[in-house]
Design a binder for this molecule. Structure first.
Ligand code: GLC
Length: 662
């Protein structure tokens, strides 16, 4: 599938309001006017039409390159009308509040936390019992990993959804989810859910029907009678799971055809060129919004459009479709925002936040994969020049967006180091990627880390890494050796990582367990459903006995909890960490010291981090020249609450993390 039907210039015959006449005298029942008129059917017509005036053009511009606008628009408006009708009074109030505070997700008070419901507390009801824990940590944005009903058998941690309108029965019910959302909202916490929209489980009703020979549903997927097309695509398709799911197509015996399966053989890619798929998802999005979701994480969004001769990621249609979906959400449920999960190279990442014609019209949030990779790279090489180089080349992002900054997530770390960036600082890209994979596995001399290779690709030499933040920062090794000095250094290293994540600007996304310095969970191999996927190494279960003893800061767990909680508390007081301004990343002198500079109207902010385990010397004149420091050349350091003298020669201890303002 390379191209979908285009919009035709003719609009459907009868529109509820008289068609306006264009200047040239030809009748112009333009889609905008038509859509606006259709919204008149709502008892809330004035409100919906006001939103239409704001977002309707975005919707149409998003639909036009992909679908027949005249045909799809009435269907989309029906979805909007029904969803708005079903929206509760409470959620409508939320819509109103966010209309007044459209930058709610950019606030420095945003602290994210990602967790698997079952691993955190068994069930959704269990999560409700542990909300005090999250509030203690300052969490204001909770991402519950996939919780909709998955396929039976292996399900990729829930990313193989069999029913979007039902909660995984082992976690609870839709009513439990709504109650949890209410509780979270009452505490000022927003709820993020996954929207898996590239594929469904092979057990989803659409797939079942396709298998039973229903042509309508067969057209929801990419099905091929033989290998001709698949072979053509495979020439340029990368391998996602070369170890356990090689290739991107699976032969389905019942269907007697090859089905596109980018990820696992039981995750069937959806055909987004089919307008029915678009309308289904518009409806699912608003359904989840009406259950209380504040943000939907667009899982694997890069993959939803396929084009021969490309890697089938980030095609222009992906952005057009996202723009249309977002406009629908803003019209029917403006409290909802979108987060793009696009783990791609920097230059390819920014388009998901909206560039050019899409500026400010796509996902509000995107994962800052590059920052994550660069933090680990800097720690391993004791050198932040590559970080400054890679992040310094970042294209401008819309001021309405927010990076999701993170040290770890539930996935592996792909060593996305660009060859040109590496060369610019005198590294060899291939060797540096290999060095990082080996270093974080613990294979390299001088490594402090313990982890495992994920999906070694013999052909490309690519290897990714699994491991928890605590194991990767040396806590596991230090605990095993019993060396107290090493342990203190490792704790400082973990704190420094999170000080960068919290002090960059955007929404820090804390991954469950990092706040307690949980080390690798080698027991994952005992579960046959997880054994072949070592990402479970860093998806531990919550040890509540340790969590409940967190006030004891003499333990590794308590000390880490206290320092991460502190980062959140301080962050919330710094307007400079509002997501709107962009961060400039500089390594002006010593390669071991990196600066995050944020020029905010309120006041200049400079994050200063020593990414090495040794003392470093830094010339404070550089900081003064940036505009930092009062009359006495002193800056305020917010994490310690002390003043720092910006001397010509400053001696900076290992893993220092300073958040400085004038
Ligand atoms: C995303 C998820 C990952 C999953 C994949 C397929 O990348 O983060 O865990 O395997 O999508 O759904």
């Amino acid at each position: 599938m390379t191209d979908a039907p285009r919009a035709t210039p003719d609009a459907p015959g009868a529109s509820p309001t008289p068609a306006p006449t264009a200047a040239g005298g030809t009748p112009a029942t333009d889609p905008f006017t038509h859509g606006r008129a259709l919204l008149a059917a709502s008892p809330d017509a004035a409100l919906l039409q006001t939103r239409w005036d704001r977002w309707g053009h975005d919707l149409i511009a998003g639909l036009a390159p992909v679908y027949d606008v005249d045909a799809i628009l009435p269907r989309v408006i029906d979805v909007i009308l029904a969803a708005h009708d079903a929206r509760t009074t409470q959620l409508r109030q939320r819509d109103l509040e966010r209309t007044y505070q459209p930058d709610w997700y950019q606030q420095p008070s945003m602290i994210g936390y990602a967790m698997y419901t079952d691993r955190f507390a068994g069930t959704l009801a269990g999560v409700r019992e542990h909300l005090d824990y999250l509030s203690d940590l300052g969490v204001t944005y909770l991402h519950l990993m996939p919780l909709l009903r998955p396929r039976t058998g292996p399900n990729d941690g829930g990313y193989a959804v069999a029913d979007y309108r039902e909660v995984n029965p082992s976690l609870g019910t839709m009513a439990d989810l709504e109650s949890l959302a209410d509780d979270l909202h009452a505490r000022g916490v927003s709820l993020t859910l996954d929207l898996v929209l590239n594929h469904v489980a092979d057990q989803h009703e659409w797939a079942e029907r396709a298998r039973r020979g229903d042509a309508k549903y067969r057209n929801y997927f990419y099905c091929f009678p033989d290998r001709t097309q698949p072979d053509l695509y495979e020439r340029t398709l990368p391998e996602i799971f070369p170890d356990f799911a090689p290739g991107s197509f699976t032969f389905d015996e019942t269907l007697g055809e090859w089905v596109w399966t980018t990820f696992n053989s039981w995750q069937w890619d959806l055909n987004w060129g089919n307008p029915d798929v678009f309308v289904e998802f518009a409806d699912i999005i608003l359904y989840l919004a009406n259950k209380g979701a504040d943000c939907l994480r667009l899982d694997a969004i890069a993959f939803i459009w396929k084009r021969v001769g490309t890697d089938c990621q980030g095609q222009p249609e992906v952005h057009a479709i996202t723009q249309a979906l977002r406009a629908i959400a803003h019209i029917a449920a403006p409290a909802l925002i979108l987060k793009a999960e696009a783990i791609v190279a920097p230059q390819l990442l920014v388009p998901y936040l909206g560039q050019g014609e899409h500026a400010g019209k796509l996902s509000e949030i995107a994962y800052h994969n590059s920052l994550m990779v660069q933090i680990w790279s800097a720690l391993a090489s004791r050198d932040a020049r590559l970080m400054a180089q890679a992040l310094g080349r970042f294209p401008t992002v819309p001021t309405t967006s927010a990076w999701g900054t993170y040290a770890r997530c539930h996935d592996d770390i792909g060593w996305a180091i660009d060859d040109a960036d590496a060369a610019a600082v005198g590294f060899n890209g291939f060797l540096h990627r290999r060095f990082l994979a080996d270093f974080y596995r613990g294979d390299h001399p001088g490594s402090f880390s313990r982890g495992e290779h994920f999906q070694v690709n013999e052909e490309t030499g690519d290897r990714r890494t699994s491991g928890t933040a605590a194991s990767m920062t040396g806590i596991e090794v230090a605990l095993a050796s019993g060396d107290e000095g090493q342990l203190q250094l490792a704790l400082e290293r973990l704190r420094c990582v999170y000080a960068m994540v919290y002090g960059f600007g955007g929404i820090p996304l804390l991954y469950m367990g990092d706040e307690l310095a949980l080390t690798n969970d080698y027991g994952f191999v005992d579960d046959p459903e997880h054994a072949d996927d070592n990402r479970w190494l860093h998806r531990p279960r919550m040890p509540w006995a340790l969590a409940d003893a967190r006030e004891d800061t003499s333990t590794v767990h308590g000390a880490t909890f206290a320092s991460i909680r502190h980062l959140g508390r301080v962050r919330a007081t710094l307007p400079q960490l509002h997501a709107a301004p962009q961060t400039q990343v500089l390594v002006p002198q010593d390669p071991g010291i990196v600066l995050f500079v944020r020029r905010h109207a309120a006041r200049l902010y400079v994050g200063l981090f020593n990414v090495t385990d040794s003392w470093r010397t830094f010339g404070g004149g550089f900081l003064r020249d940036l505009g930092l420091g009062d009359g006495a050349a002193r800056a305020r350091e917010h994490l310690s609450g002390q003043h720092v003298a910006l001397l010509d020669e400053m001696h900076i201890p290992p893993y220092t993390a300073w958040w400085l303002t004038s």
